[in-house]
Design a protein around this ligand. Structure first.
Ligand SMILES: Nc1nc2c(c(=O)[nH]1)N[C@H]1C(S)=C(S)[C@@H](COP(=O)(O)O)O[C@H]1N2
Ligand SMILES: [Mo]
Length: 320
């Protein structure tokens, strides 16, 4: 890691404080500038973010819940409250700034320690693997969370296609580097672009880990990582890298974007853990976007029955 990143202010949480964000949304709603909840008109001026969602498809998710009984966050919240530093560090600025992002044509290179390296066109990935519905909680390290109905396919399905060799121990993911589409990437002195992330191979093979290509039954909006992003619901949200162009199988634990910025605050594993406080944010509780109070944060974000065995014998305090 280069020293230049150490001085960077990290994750300036809540640049738009939630109270302001929601007051502004209420104001815009009252002024008739945006529509609420699931009843999005296809051309509603929601900052351009909802243009591709068919309102009937979105409405079909009304009343759905996750396996803990938590209701879904609205399409509107999921597509207007985003962390995506390639566009902006302000959550409500991402949707309007990503309006002209081009998720097609797009290909994903899968390479490194594999028997069958291959570059896949995004259309082929969507055709090759049945797109499954997965309702997952997303818990950001900044102590907010959402419930999101994703469509996608298990990362394991793709890894099985390329056949990792016996030397492959980790998976390294990279976001598109394109300063014409992501103006913030021009400033490489502030952030170690492109965004990059990693998983241990056995984590990547876990059935909960998916590559998402849609949400609410509609194509993945630019602000949520179109055309393809990682979702690993038992880990903090920053592990869910957006706009992936490369997946490389490697022997050694790869660096991650946030580790490169501040390894003391952002670990490689980053499993959701209410018992390990973060230097700047509460981790024992979280605010579900759309709710007023806090709710307790669950170990592994509530997915421990499916993933805790991956970490047997590991000091989970170190895993942060
Ligand atoms: N390429 C890229 N991926 C990213 C980020 C980012 O800034 N750039 N932010 C991460 C963070 S901190 C979170 S919480 C989630 C947010 O996903 P969402 O906006 O779809 O809710 O995306 C993650 N993936
Ligand atoms: Mo995050």
């Amino acid at each position: 890691m280069s020293d230049i990143y150490k001085s960077v202010p990290v994750l300036p949480s809540e640049i738009t404080p939630k109270s302001l964000y929601f007051n502004r949304r209420d104001f815009l709603k009252a002024a008739g500038l945006i529509t609420g909840g699931a009843v999005l008109a296809a051309c509603a001026p929601t900052g351009g973010s909802a243009a591709s969602a068919d309102p009937a498809t979105v409405a079909a998710y009304a009343g759905k819940k996750d396996e803990l009984g938590d209701p879904l966050n609205s399409y509107d919240d999921i597509t207007n409250y985003n962390n995506y530093y390639e566009f902006s560090t302000a959550k409500d600025a991402v949707a309007p700034l990503s309006k002209n992002f081009k998720p097609h044509p797009w290909s994903v290179e899968v390479s490194g320690l594999v028997s069958n390296p291959k570059t896949y066109a995004i259309e082929d990935l969507v055709k090759m693997f049945p797109q499954e519905d997965r309702i997952y909680r997303l818990r950001c390290v900044e102590a907010w969370s959402m419930v999101i109905p994703w469509q996608g396919f298990p990362l394991a399905s793709l890894l099985k296609e390329v056949q990792p060799t016996s030397d492959a121990k980790y998976v390294h993911f990279t976001t598109l580097m394109d300063t014409t589409q992501f103006p913030a990437e021009a400033d490489t002195s502030s952030y170690p672009w492109p965004y990059h992330e990693g998983l241990r191979l056995d984590e990547a093979m876990n059935d909960l880990a998916i590559l998402a290509t849609g949400l609410y039954g509609s194509p993945l909006p630019a602000q949520d990582g179109a055309p393809i992003r990682l979702v690993v619901p038992w880990k903090y949200g920053f592990k869910g890298i957006k706009a992936i162009v490369k997946i490389e199988l490697v022997a050694d634990q790869p660096n991650t974007f946030w580790q490169d910025i501040n390894a003391h605050e952002y670990g490689f594993y980053a499993n959701v853990n209410p018992n390990v406080p973060h230097p700047r944010w509460l981790q024992s509780a979280e605010r579900r976007i759309g709710e007023l109070g806090m709710r307790p944060t669950l170990m592994f974000n509530g997915y421990g029955d499916k993933v805790a065995s991956l970490y047997q014998g590991m000091d989970l305090k170190q895993s942060y």
